[in-house]
Design a binder for this molecule. Structure first.
Ligand SMILES: N[C@@H](CCC(=O)N[C@@H](CS)C(=O)NCC(=O)O)C(=O)O
Length: 212
């Protein structure tokens, strides 16, 4: 049994989608963020930075979204090209591109005061917005040109990661501006795993392509 420490519509949603898609047994452990749960000593033992998600697994607690996704995909042998296949390196490259660039800059977009102070928050948000558009276009160009099967036509851990980021970023980066990525979002949001998670978190039936 996996235990997913969770706040709604956060990076825990990405892990939940993948647990659902893989049919792995899990329980949700809700975190009272407004009540300070992320800063509690007990949660910091699971996630030292007080971020969401943390996942308790039979082999110990994990944090970092991309590491959790890779781990689950390796256990199940699904949702990513297998190790020692020609596609694996390309897949890893774009997975880490997403976790090292898109995800942190998305956080800067939502919490610009954290990186620049309240007095510079507007400029920091504008900077994050421009960076996000450029990063998203880089992904879009890759998909439009290379159309890798592991992202364009098959559900994957990377697809779900990008889909949730695009949900959050529909303001600076509307999905319709990125047609190749938009197609992936449309396919993913009709999958039973996505429908289950959307219902559980009250996110509607176009949670990736037209979230708000
Ligand atoms: N590098 C971490 C980042 C996780 C992260 O930024 N989580 C956000 C939610 S999407 C969070 O915990 N935000 C709460 C906060 O920063 O106060 C990961 O990939 O898991």
């Amino acid at each position: 049994m996996y235990i997913l420490h969770h706040t709604p519509d956060s990076a825990a949603l990405i892990v939940r989608l993948v647990l659902e898609e893989l049919g792995l047994p899990y329980e949700i452990a809700p975190l009272d963020r407004d009540g300070g749960a992320l800063d509690s000593a007990s949660y910091r033992k699971l996630q030292p930075l007080g971020k969401v998600p943390a996942l308790e697994t039979p082999d110990g607690t994990m944090f970092e979204t991309a590491a959790i996704l890779l781990h689950l995909s390796e256990i199940a042998g699904k949702l990513a090209p297998a190790p020692n296949t020609p596609e694996r390196g390309q897949f890893l490259k774009w997975l880490f591109f997403t976790s090292s660039n898109l995800h942190p800059v998305a956080m800067n977009y939502y919490y610009p005061h954290r990186v620049a102070g309240q007095e510079n928050a507007e400029a920091a948000k504008a900077h994050a917005s421009a960076t996000l558009k450029s990063l998203m276009q880089t992904l879009e160009d890759m998909v439009a040109v290379a159309a890798p099967d592991w992202l364009s036509t098959s559900p994957s851990i990377l697809g779900y990661y990008i889909a949730v980021l695009m949900r959050w970023l529909s303001e600076p980066c509307p999905a319709k501006d990125y047609p190749a990525l938009h197609k992936i979002l449309l396919a993913l949001e009709t999958r039973p795993a996505a429908i289950t998670c959307a219902q559980a978190e009250g996110l509607g039936n176009t949670m990736f392509s037209n979230p708000y």
